[in-house]
Design a protein around this ligand. Structure first.
Ligand SMILES: Cc1cc2nc3c(=O)[nH]c(=O)nc-3n(C[C@H](O)[C@H](O)[C@H](O)COP(=O)(O)OP(=O)(O)OC[C@H]3O[C@@H](n4cnc5c(N)ncnc54)[C@H](O)[C@@H]3O)c2cc1C
Length: 365
């Protein structure tokens, strides 16, 4: 009997699943469906480079619709708004109910700027990244920008906005009380701090919040400010938290090393929407990318009635290449760090290799 295999979200892991299905064919006797709201995926790693004019706006798009077509996968352009894992159904924003036998989730997380800082018309969340790019593109040159969030995303955006092609701004980076780049090696933190000073980007090690319409770092007002960029990590979607699936404390889908739900073995997840139960794994695109082929292998296995055996074993350290917006970049790999124009060239090379791989796959006939 034909079984339905549903991919929810055209994120970084699922494009690898589509690539596997293009190369090896969709699993035998399966109806395959991809539910995602947009026909393209924007690769956030190239957004800072776009802000400073190193890439075109659409250079960082993966044509998910073309990949789905090439793979022979039915594409539904809609968002998941509800999941019943026991009844094996998802509900969409458009009011559709989609039944499945096996499903995999790669929807990313949601922005939490308004929840953490308070709402304000000047607040721009980096999530979803496509809406962030659209809003930023529509903004004229800015005199003063506050970036809230001291992780790698916030740091790169602070550098990028300081060097924005549309006009340079005064930038204040509000890191939160855990400081600059928590979890990174002290040598990396020192190097980034020195680069912020060199570029005259002010740093406040305090929590950002919006109080009576003013953006504050602790008790200090940062007004006048034209835009407040929230790069505060992501929150779990509500429909995940309400689904009855096993989730972690923050509400992200719990998965084991096979990226399979421990509560509902017919469900898999990867990327920012998932949380490993066997080890801590940062929410970053690179882990979503590496989990993709594991999900592809395991979906093939469970459809054939076999156990999902493929596992994702992340390396001890991840390579981060932070664009400093001035033609240079800072590398971080565990305790090691480096800086220079060659680091930016390496970043561009890695980013373009990934994008071009999918562009070629989407075009091949
Ligand atoms: C400025 C910035 C720079 C970054 N740079 C890097 C970097 O250099 N390297 C790195 O590893 N990480 C980087 N990150 C982190 C990285 O962006 C995320 O970790 C990564 O995008 C997560 O991938 P994902 O597949 O989980 O989700 P996403 O890339 O967010 O993809 C999710 C997909 O699901 C779709 N979707 C969303 N909601 C639904 C729904 N309800 N139903 C169906 N579909 C849905 C979306 O439209 C999208 O297509 C950066 C983040 C930022 C903000």
């Amino acid at each position: 009997m034909t079984q339905t295999l549903l991919l929810v979200g055209g994120g970084h892991a699922h494009v690898a699943v589509l690539a596997d299905w293009i190369a090896r064919g969709v699993p035998a006797d399966a109806r395959t469906v991809l539910l995602t709201p947009q026909p393209t995926l924007r690769y956030s790693g190239m957004v800072p480079g776009w802000i400073v004019g190193q890439h075109g706006r659409d250079q960082a798009l993966v044509d998910v619709a073309a990949l789905a077509q090439r793979a022979g996968v039915e594409l539904i352009l809609d968002s998941c708004t509800g999941l019943d894992p026991d009844a094996r159904r998802v509900r969409t924003a458009g009011g559709e109910e989609i039944a499945f036998d096996f499903a995999s989730f790669d929807t990313g997380g949601e922005g939490r700027g308004a929840a953490l800082l308070g709402d304000n018309p000047r607040l721009i969340d980096v999530r979803p990244i496509g809406a962030f790019v659209d809003r930023l593109a529509a903004l004229p040159a800015l005199a003063h920008v506050v970036v809230a969030g001291g992780g790698a995303g916030g740091v790169e955006l602070a550098f990028a906005l300081r060097n924005r092609a549309a006009g340079q701004a005064q930038v204040t980076l509000v890191t939160g009380r855990s400081g600059l780049l928590p979890g990174f090696a002290p040598a990396v933190q020192r190097r980034v701090a020195a680069a912020l000073v060199r570029q005259q980007i002010a740093m406040q090690v305090d929590d950002a919040r919006i109080a009576e319409g003013e953006i504050m770092a602790g008790a200090r007002s940062l007004e006048p400010t034209d835009a407040i960029i929230a790069a505060l990590g992501s929150a779990a979607p509500r429909w995940v938290r309400e689904s009855g699936l096993a989730v972690d404390d923050a509400g992200f889908i719990s998965v084991n090393q096979h990226h399979q739900s421990p509560s509902h073995p017919h469900i898999f997840a990867a990327g920012d929407v998932a949380a490993r139960t066997d080890r801590a794994l940062a929410h970053s695109g690179v882990h979503a990318v590496f989990a993709g082929p594991v999900i592809a292998a395991n979906l093939r296995a469970v459809l054939a009635g076999e156990a999902p055996l493929a596992s994702y074993h992340p390396r001890a350290h991840s390579l981060y290449l932070m664009n400093t917006g001035d033609g240079s970049a800072i590398a971080s790999y565990g305790p090691f760090t480096a800086q220079g124009r060659w680091v930016l060239r390496l970043k561009h090379w890695i980013d373009r290799l990934w994008i071009e791989k999918y562009a070629a796959l989407a075009k091949e006939s």
